[in-house]
Design a protein around this ligand. Structure first.
Ligand code: NAP
Length: 323
């Protein structure tokens, strides 16, 4: 797909031409870089910030094999250092436009222009926020967006999960299973989550506060309470609580995917096959931007698989064999 207006702009010098450019240096992008370079591809990673992605915000990771307990920042430092042995990572380089012509052409916010035969999108996603007072202040001190990352610290404590989708109900069941005293707060009077999850929540007798929203997260050093409002009666309540798990959806960073004409699901996640190929030849997507279980281990798998599929396709193009 071409972008209106680009042809009329002055042609900036190409700063680099590669077999594959990887967008994003979270776990998926870093794994892609390692696997692409080890396969012999000329590869490079463009990262709009610093390497690490969302994992950087996790105080402690306890479910990445080989690391029984490690701060998210430390794990990602190690992963980035490992990747840098193989692949160049250009930090602070945000790709703002992309087009597919004879090659893929990318433009960055700082005015750089790069070309490549293939692209791996590992641009991640961000957690949707409640945007209420106290939410941001208490992140990592009682407010969490990841029950599997932080739930363990709340064993035996009173917590709420906010949301009514599959993530919220899965999180509530996970927190219940590890011994947290969990209730669900949902803004409507029915869940959108799959029926089997709703049945499981019922059978485990997890309390649900229907048609209720969180107006404020309250605390001192850590969260001590939430202010809840029942929408039908407008009644408010200050409820003592130690943990607030927010599961109100993810926002995939898939703007470039739409420019490339990639197929996406209803949530805006890029659709991929089991080898992380998208519908556009030589474009792959891995990690949170392609949905799935949103775990580091899964992102690493996706990144590696995408790089190997890319190698295979560049060596022996499957698309040229299609009818
Ligand atoms: P989701 O399906 O978009 O659900 C988000 C939930 O948060 C909805 O219940 C929504 O309420 C609520 N919500 C949104 N904004 C809110 C706000 N500002 N305040 C309060 N509540 C708000 O997101 P998800 O649960 O993260 O799931 C994302 C995708 O991953 C889905 O496709 C899901 O099926 C998939 N997933 C699958 C599994 C699984 O199969 N085990 C597990 C996790 C995720 P409303 O319902 O009122 O809109």
């Amino acid at each position: 797909m071409t972008i209106e207006g680009i042809a009329s702009e002055p042609a900036e010098a190409v700063l680099g031409d590669y077999d594959v450019i990887i967008l994003g240096a979270g776990p998926a992008g870093l794994a892609s870089g390692i696997y692409a370079r080890r396969a012999g591809l000329e590869a490079m990673i463009l990262e709009r910030g610093v390497p690490g992605g969302q994992v950087l915000t996790s105080p402690n990771i306890e479910n990445y094999p080989g690391f029984p307990e490690i701060p998210g920042m430390k794990l990602m430092d190690l992963m980035a250092e490992h990747a840098k042995r193989y692949v160049e990572i250009k930090e602070g380089e945000e790709v703002v436009r992309v087009r597919s012509a004879e090659k893929f052409e990318l433009w960055t916010a700082s005015g750089g222009r790069y070309t490549s035969k293939a692209l791996i999108l590992a641009t991640g996603s961000s957690h949707r926020k409640l945007e209420v007072p106290g939410e941001e202040r208490f992140v990592g001190r009682g407010v969490s967006y990841c029950a599997t990352c932080d739930g363990f610290f709340f064993k035996g404590r009173d917590v709420i999960v906010v949301g009514g989708g599959n993530t919220a109900l899965t999180d509530a069941l996970y927190l219940h299973s590890i011994g947290a005293k969990v209730s669900i707060v949902h803004r409507r009077d029915s869940f959108r989550a799959d029926k089997h999850l709703q049945d499981a929540v019922r059978s485990h007798k997890i309390p649900v506060m229907w048609s209720t929203v969180v107006d404020e997260v309250i605390g001192n050093e850590e969260v001590t309470a939430v202010k809840l409002r029942e929408l039908k009666t407008e009644k408010t309540e200050k409820r003592p609580i130690q943990g607030v798990f927010i599961a109100v959806g993810e926002i995939p960073s898939s703007q470039l995917a739409s420019e490339l004409g990639l197929e996406m699901d209803q949530g805006g996640f890029v659709m991929v096959d089991k080898n992380f190929r998208t519908n556009v030849p030589l474009v792959y997507a891995a990690g949170d931007v392609s949905g799935g279980i949103r775990q580091i281990v899964a992102a690493v798998h996706g990144g590696a698989a995408a790089a190997l599929a890319c190698f295979e396709d560049l060596m022996s193009p499957y698309y040229s064999r299609l009818p």
